[in-house]
Design a protein around this ligand. Structure first.
Ligand SMILES: [Mg+2]
Length: 171
């Protein structure tokens, strides 16, 4: 969060960015399908010194469509696949709330609490971070924490660090 720090991170939404979003909640590991190039792309960022974080709304928890154990199983699966490729996701942040079921909270995107926590906990410089998501609320959440956001199409590919550098130069 403070400018004397140069630590950087890539924040990723989960559903539709890391795993295929069928247009409904992903309720179990059996329904969890990684998108084709996500592991290679995440590794490119990791190899350039970016810490990786997942920032995901899981309102299905508030709706009791699935349990936190199922969410943990999915996240352990993702990190296992990463570790197999010699990188890792530093932390998965998920919001278990939904305003219609558990009331308002500050973590559910577009709220920025999950990103703010990561910035503080890992002493990241928000100016060196990027959020990639497939919903406007992902971008709004990032911007509220002083982080740039790039909106991609649901179930498409994330940018590479090189593509992000070029995009920044052209702004
Ligand atoms: Mg999404």
């Amino acid at each position: 969060m403070h400018s004397h720090n140069s630590k950087k991170a890539l924040f990723l939404d989960r559903d539709g960015v890391i795993n295929h979003d069928p247009g409904d909640y992903t309720k179990s590991l059996a329904e969890f399908v990684l998108l084709p190039t996500i592991l290679q792309k995440m590794k490119l960022w990791f190899d350039e010194g970016y810490l990786l974080f997942v920032i995901t709304n899981q309102g299905g928890l508030a709706k009791q469509l699935y349990s936190e154990n199922e969410v943990m199983a999915m996240h352990q699966f993702v990190n296992g696949e990463c570790i197999f490729r010699e990188f890792h996701i530093t932390e998965f942040f998920y919001c278990p709330h939904h305003e219609a079921y558990s009331g308002r909270c500050f973590c559910r995107k577009p709220g920025s609490l999950m990103i703010e926590k990561a910035l503080h906990r890992y002493q990241l410089n928000s100016a060196n971070c990027l959020m990639i998501g497939d919903r406007q609320r992902d971008i709004d959440c990032a911007n509220a924490a002083g982080v740039d956001g790039v909106l991609i199409e649901t179930n498409s590919e994330i940018l590479t660090p090189e593509e992000w550098r070029k995009m920044k130069l052209s702004i």
